[in-house]
Design a protein around this ligand. Structure first.
Ligand code: ZN
Length: 246
């Protein structure tokens, strides 16, 4: 089976649409590691697409806060303002769908899916020391996670944990062969709000039979997404940051 793995779409329809078009024909199922909404101006088109196309979805922290499952006191003022805006913008059906999303980690075939860390859906896995601890919680040799908006992840190679290097900025795809002797925590990166310095939409395609993972970066209509944010009552910084991927 070939899976398209997406995460942290954050209501960016232009980015999600570009990823779907670029990856068309390269996958049979879509998996989402959470944060469908929050920050961007298109929560309903994004949620409609996820409802229609994603077989497995775990919830993210913004999914809880944008649908009233969580308070907003943990958010910075920009995230809080975006969450309040999203609460009003979401249709009742889409809000109900997001509220019903399961908490990770979920077991899917030969891998797991989680938003943050395998031991805590809200934890950020940033450095290899946190990752080393997290590997102890894996029930499969491959886990997909998001939350940090940084494409890449970590490899457990028996004696050590390595950070997977970022793919070159002039490449659209980058292949990683899965060694059955190692374990992998793979971050597809953020579709809708990358924070790794590459503003292109990020995703991953995983071929579970061939044991090949492909990191993907896709150019999209950033000015269009920015325009919609600026024309709504969302904080302007949410538009600005899309251009730099920070
Ligand atoms: Zn996120």
């Amino acid at each position: 089976m070939r899976y398209l793995i997406i995460s942290d779409v954050h209501a960016n329809w232009q980015a999600l649409n570009a990823v779907a078009q670029f990856c068309e024909g390269k996958y049979e199922q879509v998996i989402c590691c959470g944060d469908l909404v929050g920050y961007g101006a298109d929560p309903n088109p994004v949620t409609d697409w996820v409802r229609k196309h994603c077989q497995i979805v775990v919830r993210g922290n913004h999914d809880r806060s944008c649908t009233g499952l969580d308070g907003l006191e943990w958010f910075n003022p920009v995230a809080r303002q975006a969450a309040l805006w999203t609460q009003h913008a979401l249709t009742r059906e889409n809000a109900d769908y997001i509220r019903s999303l399961p908490k990770g980690p979920l077991l899917v075939a030969d891998f797991q899916v989680v938003h943050g860390a395998p031991y805590d859906e809200d934890e950020y896995l940033i450095g290899s020391s946190e990752a080393a601890e997290a590997f102890g919680y894996l029930e499969r040799r491959v886990v997909f996670f998001g939350h940090t908006h940084v494409q890449g992840g970590f490899i457990w190679n028996h004696s050590r944990v390595e950070t997977i290097p970022r793919m070159p900025s002039d490449a659209q795809t980058h292949i990683l062969d899965i060694d059955p002797e190692c374990a992998y925590m793979i971050n597809p990166g953020s579709v809708g709000q990358p924070r790794d310095g590459d503003p292109r939409a990020a995703s991953v395609i995983y071929d579970s039979e061939a044991k090949v993972l492909t990191y993907v970066r896709t150019e999209y209509d950033i000015p269009g997404a920015q325009r919609q944010i600026r024309e709504s009552a969302l904080p302007a910084i949410l538009a600005d940051r899309l251009a730099v991927g920070r």
